[in-house]
Design a protein around this ligand. Structure first.
Ligand code: DQA
Length: 145
């Protein structure tokens, strides 16, 4: 299967910012691990990162309009908590999206406990570091069988 991993705002600084929360691995290192895992399971994976809300929306649209992928993992960063534009984009497309977070958002500040995306996502995985992406991949693939 073909998967797309989209990382949103501030995720490009992973490995450099708040290492105690998000770990020491860079986004490139995280993506390399996801690719290794996906390829070992016979799947392909593409990656996209942007800090700009509209670009994330555009990438979701593009995947839908070209039917380029079977499923999407989305770590929208802080947009998770308030972006109705991303929520509508997920609702608009017929490719299933799993919401992913590196940290356990429920063990953190109150404002992180609310996601405006979860209700329109196939599932949600958080708190497992790189394992959140890998778990999401396994679960999404199984749900597509
Ligand atoms: C995050 C959690 C969000 O609350 C935060 O704004 C992020 C990263 C995570 O991966 O744990 O930027 O999505």
């Amino acid at each position: 299967m073909r998967f797309l991993v989209i990382n949103g705002v501030n995720l490009n600084l992973t490995g450099k910012r708040e290492k105690g929360v998000y770990g020491a691995k860079s986004l490139d290192e995280i993506n390399a691990r996801i690719a290794e895992f996906a390829n070992a399971n016979g799947d392909s994976v593409d990656f996209y990162q942007s800090n700009i809300e509209g670009e994330l929306v555009n990438r979701l649209h593009e995947a839908f309009l070209t039917q380029s992928h079977d499923g999407i993992l989305l770590n929208a960063g802080a947009y998770t908590h308030y972006s109705y534009a991303l929520r509508d984009a997920i609702s608009a497309i017929d490719i299933p999206v799993v919401e992913v977070h590196i940290s356990n958002v429920y063990a953190r500040e109150e404002f992180r406990h609310k996601s405006v995306l979860s209700a329109v996502c196939r599932g949600v995985v958080c708190g497992l570091g790189v394992g959140s992406y890998l778990s999401a991949l396994v679960g999404l693939k199984e749900s597509l069988r």
